[in-house]
Ligand binder design. Structure first.
Ligand SMILES: NC(=O)c1ccc[n+]([C@@H]2O[C@H](COP(=O)([O-])OP(=O)(O)OC[C@H]3O[C@@H](n4cnc5c(N)ncnc54)[C@H](OP(=O)(O)O)[C@@H]3O)[C@@H](O)[C@H]2O)c1
Length: 323
């Protein structure tokens, strides 16, 4: 039985814990959960009825660092779900690094460590003979990394282009269909909980840039850093520009691009019939391959759908470890 711990008991952590406690992945038992304040560890595993809403209120809650769940050979698999930090990747980077050093497999949705330290972490995983899976870092539940690694490896991936941020796509869609100004569309997105109170990482294109770096490094062996991406956000997109694009049969979309020549994020004109021209909070990613040609995946790029990618990665670990 694989013993799994979750670090980060927020939106994704809670939902994933529920699925694991319901034994959705055969051969995997949830034994530990950590928040920033401390953790609970139950060797026998959690039943779904035993999952606390707030772990600090559990009778067996222990104050202390999350690393205590990673250090003591208490678990075999770490699922890292702490907040994305683009400055230094912490605390997720230390969690993942330590788990790999301890010989644990790791599954994560945390973009920070994977965008900032991709080479180090994948190198460490290889050196220790453990798995590091991160499908959930890009495109929510959409299979992008596993799709390419399973089904498209023999072909040559020439370019990745896509809408990788649902918040900015929602704002641009409201500007396109309702003629809203940027500020009004942003306020509406915040009221609906689609945009965060501080939406700067989304609006400035940094969230998309992190995802482009992860895709380029992982699918194109690019060895790039966040600073290699030319980034322009959507803050300066005017309702006049959106209306003019619409009149010419186009829409303005925030597009992330990765190719041998460039890594970029910028608002671009996309033809209304183009498969990438999707609206609302949807994401879409186009792989351009030498033999296959174009392949576009469309789906919810964040939210609950992300749990699907996490569960698949966990299942992948269980399959590999069951021999
Ligand atoms: N939500 C999505 O749709 C989505 C999609 C793809 C990727 N992601 C990424 O997945 C990760 C988790 O997302 P989320 O939406 O679940 O975030 P979230 O709701 O903010 O949850 C993260 C949790 O981590 C806890 N935390 C902070 N420092 C910690 C530490 N040192 N040890 C243990 N826990 C700590 C925080 O709670 P306390 O401070 O109270 O402990 C918080 O509840 C993020 O990196 C996010 O960017 C999210």
């Amino acid at each position: 039985m694989i013993r799994c711990v979750i670090l980060g008991y927020g939106f994704l952590g809670r939902r994933l814990a529920k699925e694991l406690a319901l034994n959705r992945v055969e051969g995997v038992k949830l034994v530990g959960i950590a928040s920033s304040k401390g953790h609970i560890y139950r060797e026998k595993g959690f039943k779904s009825s035993e999952l606390p809403e707030d772990i600090t209120r559990a009778s067996d809650f222990r104050e202390g660092s999350s690393l205590e769940l990673v250090d003591g050979r208490l678990a075999d698999l770490l699922v890292e779900l702490t907040p994305t930090n683009i400055r230094d990747g912490e605390p997720g980077l230390s969690h993942i690094r330590r788990a790999l050093e301890e010989g644990m497999d790791v599954v994560t949705a945390n973009k920070g460590p994977m965008a900032l330290a991709y080479e180090e972490l994948t190198g460490l995983a290889e050196e220790r003979g453990v798995m590091l899976l991160y499908e959930a870092t890009v495109g929510g539940g959409m299979p992008l990394i596993s799709l390419q690694k399973r089904c498209l490896m023999a072909d040559e991936l020439l370019e990745i282009r896509g809408i990788l941020n649902g918040t900015t796509n929602y704002i641009l869609s409201r500007m396109h269909f309702e003629g809203m100004t940027f500020d009004l569309a942003l306020r509406e997105a915040q009221m609906l909980g689609i945009a965060e109170r501080d939406p700067s990482l989304d609006i400035n294109g940094i969230d998309t840039a992190l995802k482009i770096v992860i895709l380029a490094n992982s699918l194109m062996n690019a060895r790039r850093k966040l600073s290699d991406v030319k980034v322009k956000g959507i803050r300066k997109v005017t309702s006049e520009a959106v209306a003019a694009a619409k009149e010419s049969g186009m829409a303005i979309k925030l597009i992330g691009t990765a190719s041998e020549e460039e890594l970029s994020v910028a608002p671009r004109l996309i033809k209304l019939g183009d498969p990438l021209c999707i609206h609302g909070t949807l994401n879409a990613v186009n792989f351009k391959l030498r033999i296959l040609g174009n392949l576009t995946i469309i789906g919810e790029g964040a939210g609950e759908s992300t749990v699907s990618a996490l569960l698949n990665d966990i299942r992948e670990v269980a399959r590999a470890r069951s021999g």
